[in-house]
Design a protein around this ligand. Structure first.
Ligand code: SF4
Length: 375
């Protein structure tokens, strides 16, 4: 987990820290990345944009975030506009970006901020941390970038560069506190926001996970990891446990026009409030077809598609067998029937989209679209 640590006022910094900060900022001025959410040099950053981008960037790459950020900003250019949207609209626009609790928290935070004093974001890391979905790293990053607070934001890029600069061999995640403590004194009193972004860029462009480009690094002279020739092996990481595999059945019900039946997941928990085809329980083994028929939401001649849909979540891997049935008349149920054209904007997470795609594409029993053309 990323961490942010406020640097107490009055901290005395050694000249070496000043030199490292100056070197990094000079490198940043010459090499900074152009990113859609980044204000140009000398332009005051908009806290809404900074916050929106930092929430999107949690556990997600800048490349993956780019188009989502652009769409969100166009659709909801202010925190007030985002607060006025429905949760379902926000979830629909977020679909595919993963970690959907972020989207729900984004929407909750927008409503809190828009309804609060002046409709402004809190301007300190401590204040920002009280908002839903804002952890230590995000609070530090937004406070530094949008409000110029001298806070350090330790994302994976910053942790890697600091671990190498100081040759920290203690493995992550145990080393997080130590890395934040080592980075704190480096943060300059002026331009702390640029310093935070410079750390991100250094990690992304130069101090890369494999083959760091030390000859282009502003910290090359000081870097203990490089001197000891262990830089590329840092930061060390604790052994990863293999992810368990859970298996189950998904039921894709189609009507004569190709409309698909979807349910909404419970508000809290994994993929909360997102849409899905009805699913059976997730266990170690797939259900036998007779058992799957018992789990199906409606009685029908459910046909199992060949193959399996596989999707990795953070703590487990999900494998689903897909059962499809066509209905001449729609059975009564609490969910809704969605037209094929409406699915692209629906609040469907990637795992569920894979299941629907498999139902439509795998060779085997007839497809709804084939049926439609026959009618
Ligand atoms: Fe990373 Fe190399 Fe710079 Fe050290 S010198 S911080 S290893 S890029």
């Amino acid at each position: 987990m990323a961490m942010a640590k406020r640097v107490p006022s009055g901290v005395s910094r050694k000249p070496a820290s000043d030199r490292k900060a100056r070197a990094l900022l000079a490198w940043y001025d010459a090499n900074r990345r152009e990113l859609p959410w980044r204000a140009g040099p000398g332009v005051r950053p908009d806290p809404y944009r900074v916050w929106l981008s930092e929430i999107m960037l949690q556990q997600t790459t800048a490349a993956a975030v780019g188009s989502y950020y652009t769409v969100f900003l166009k659709r909801w250019p202010t925190v007030k506009a985002l607060a006025a949207a429905s949760q379902d609209e926000v979830l629909g626009a977020w679909a595919g970006l993963g970690y959907y609790s972020r989207a729900r928290n984004l929407h909750r935070t927008a409503r809190i901020v828009a309804g609060g004093p002046g409709g402004h974001f809190p301007d300190t890391a401590d204040g920002l941390r009280k908002l839903p979905g804002v952890g230590a790293y995000t609070a530090g990053a937004v406070a530094a970038i949008a409000f110029g607070e001298r806070a350090v934001a330790m994302d994976a890029n910053a942790e890697r560069a600091i671990a190498r600069l100081f040759a920290v061999e203690e493995p992550l995640p145990k080393a997080k506190k130590r890395l934040a403590a080592l980075a704190g004194p480096l943060v300059p009193a002026t331009r702390p926001g640029d310093f935070a972004q410079a750390m991100m860029d250094l990690g992304a462009l130069v101090c890369t996970p494999k083959r760091p480009l030390c000859v282009r690094c502003p910290w090359m002279r000081d870097c203990e990891g490089r001197k000891r020739e262990i830089a590329e092996s840092l930061p060390r990481k604790g052994a990863k446990k293999p992810r368990p595999v859970r298996r189950g059945a998904a039921f894709v019900a189609l009507d004569r026009k190709g409309f698909v039946y979807l349910e909404r997941r419970p508000e809290n928990g994994l993929l909360g409030a997102m849409l899905q085809p009805p699913l059976g329980p997730w266990r170690e083994e797939f259900p036998a077809p007779a058992d799957a028929a018992q789990q199906a939401p409606f009685k029908s001649a459910w046909k199992k598609r060949p193959g399996v849909v596989r999707h990795g979540f953070t703590h487990f891997v999900l494998e689903m067998e897909i059962y499809v049935a066509l209905f001449k008349s729609r059975p009564k149920a609490d969910g809704s029937w969605f037209a094929p054209d409406d699915l692209s904007g629906a609040a469907l997470p990637t795992a569920m989209r894979k299941m629907l795609a498999h139902a439509a594409d795998a060779p085997g029993p007839p497809r709804a679209h084939t049926k439609v053309r026959r009618c």
